[in-house]
Design a protein around this ligand. Structure first.
Ligand code: NAP
Length: 202
């Protein structure tokens, strides 16, 4: 089984990769990132996503653990901040479905990434709330609409324990979760028939 893990060298992605390796040694895992991973891709570019799939060919599962948004007070957001956030966290994932689904084997799955900021009120979190909410809604609707026999889901983790060193000041009062717990949700999706769901790991 061939599994593409976008952002596979990041905090969440590396937890997903290590659990996949532990779970089943026969899984062929391909990690991707702009500078890190087995193959290089910039998910904000449709051409770059197409070039990556042309290189690696068909896969059985696509896991996304990449994409970011600006964290700034709403009054300070610029048009560039909006464009960056929407291109990275939202359109990158939408394109991963639009393009990636063509390279996905029948019965395969695509798992997108949202996050707790869609549900918890975090100072400076409007761009994550906007994009995470859109990703979760898109995954559900895309799973319903797509004709190909594949599954599309969205995992929405709380802030990770491992990221609290960096993000603790933003997430006061929010319970963090270990990256391993969030990673397990991705593995459970791959190994089940779950479809059109937003899986919250809060
Ligand atoms: N950390 C948390 O607490 C947390 C909680 C909930 C949700 N999330 C979400 O989970 C995802 C991963 O978070 P993380 O903390 O693991 O991030 P991270 O440690 O910064 O890792 C992100 C990974 O994605 C790759 N990447 C970033 N931008 C990319 C792009 N445009 N195209 C292709 N690859 C790209 C990076 O590799 P390169 O540098 O080589 O591109 C890196 O491997 C994000 O969407 C984040 O919003 C995180």
């Amino acid at each position: 089984m061939k599994i593409l893990v976008l952002g596979g060298c990041g905090t969440l992605g590396s937890a997903i990769v290590s659990q996949l390796k532990e779970k089943n040694r026969s899984y062929e895992i391909i990690t991707a990132g702009r500078k890190t991973g087995d193959v290089h891709v910039d998910m904000t570019s449709k051409e770059s996503i197409e070039a990556m799939f042309a290189k690696i060919g068909n896969v059985d599962h696509i896991v996304n653990a990449a994409g970011s948004a600006e964290m700034k007070p709403i009054e300070d957001l610029t048009q560039d901040d909006l464009k960056f956030s929407i291109n990275s966290k939202l359109l990158g994932q939408v394109n991963m479905v639009l393009i990636g689904s063509k390279y996905l084997n029948e019965k395969g799955s695509i798992s997108l990434i949202a996050g707790v900021i869609k549900d918890e009120l975090i100072k400076m979190g409007t761009m994550y709330a906007l994009t995470n909410g859109a990703v979760a809604a898109f995954a559900r609707a895309a799973a319903f609409d797509i004709k190909k026999n594949i599954r599309i889901n969205c995992i929405s983790p709380s802030v990770l324990d491992e990221s609290m060193v960096e993000y603790a000041e933003y997430f006061k009062g929010v319970k963090s979760v270990p990256a391993a717990k969030a990673a397990k949700a991705f593995i459970d999706v791959i190994e089940s028939d779950v479809n059109g769901q937003e899986i919250k790991v809060y």
